[in-house]
Design a protein around this ligand. Structure first.
Ligand SMILES: [Zn+2]
Length: 305
């Protein structure tokens, strides 16, 4: 069940410095997996002076690869999109090696709702001790080697998620917010479907036409892709309403009925997406919950009560 045109072709070339445009290159970490696809792309902006974006997981081979790629050029800043363990932890060691400040998203902050979901699978994937030297707000600009990097706050995947644009180059680095190979996990309580949809609209309104996500390759025709992502979420939301109408009441029953096209290994992640949709439907007063919104709660349609 998908209207999406996902593209999984990507030559990671783990550990190598791969040029993307004259102002942008990447080194992809050798951490492939169900959620990281081919691994985390660390981006390098500039040529004579550099900004490093998303150093990656605590992986010393990747740190060595980054230091080789940097090749003694000065590093002005280390930017971080969000505090998942495949993006932010290497910022500390890279700061020690280069002397560059860590900037970007704020510390991991768990939302205060969903109180009894203290350890969701995604929460365990968060770096809870991330401490940036500077938190960058939406619209902040950093210039490196004549290239302007603009901070574009895109909450949804996580509450603190930032994208980075190179407006003069028409380039967007959307982190985990938009990816060519897969939809993004939006897992409460840190993730929010409502925020995620608003952040998609925010990117649709911008002028950048070349999207390089943190996992996998370039997003082709990003405007169309962003619109399809919105439609895809609406379709999932409609499917959940249909399952509730058919009498399903709990998340896992709905996941098994809806995600028939998805590897069962990813059903845990899908369950969190369904929960995020239910949370949004509750906010819209379409769905009722018998108590705290959790994976084990019972959900019903307002119209059936
Ligand atoms: Zn992430």
């Amino acid at each position: 069940m998908s209207n999406m045109d996902f593209n999984r072709s990507f030559d990671a070339r783990h550990g190598e410095l791969v040029s993307i445009t004259d102002a942008l290159a990447r080194v992809t970490c050798n951490n492939p997996g169900a959620l990281t696809f081919a691994g985390t792309n660390t981006f390098i902006v500039g040529r004579n002076e550099l900004v490093i974006i998303d150093p990656g997981p605590m992986d010393m081979a990747h740190l060595d690869a980054l230091m080789t790629a940097i090749d003694e050029r000065p590093v002005k800043a280390i930017l971080v999109s969000h505090t998942h363990v495949d993006h932010s932890p290497l910022a500390g060691p890279l700061r020690e090696k280069t002397g560059a400040p860590v900037m970007g998203c704020g510390p991991h902050r768990r939302a205060t709702s969903f109180a009894d979901m203290a350890e969701t699978p995604m929460d365990a994937s968060s770096q809870k001790d991330f401490e940036p030297d500077t938190v960058l707000e939406d619209g902040a600009k950093i210039s490196v080697d004549g290239v302007i990097i603009e901070v574009v706050a895109t909450p949804g995947h996580t509450e603190n998620h930032l994208s980075f644009a190179l407006p003069e180059h028409g380039v967007m680095l959307p982190g985990d917010h938009v990816m060519a190979w897969s939809t993004t996990i939006v897992a409460p309580p840190d993730g929010s479907m409502n925020a995620y949809m608003t952040s998609l609209d925010k990117l649709i309104e911008r002028a950048e036409t070349r999207y390089f996500p943190s996992h996998g390759g370039e997003v082709k025709n990003p405007k169309l892709f962003l619109t399809q992502l919105k439609q895809h979420r609406q379709m999932r939301s409609d499917a959940i309403v249909a399952r509730l109408r058919a009498g399903d009441q709990d998340v896992m029953t709905m996941v098994k009925a809806i995600y028939t096209d998805v590897d069962p290994k990813l059903h845990g992640a899908a369950a969190l997406n369904v929960l995020a949709q239910l949370d949004d439907l509750i906010a819209q007063k379409i769905v009722l919950c018998d108590g705290e919104v959790t994976l084990t709660a019972k959900f019903t349609l307002h119209e059936l009560t």
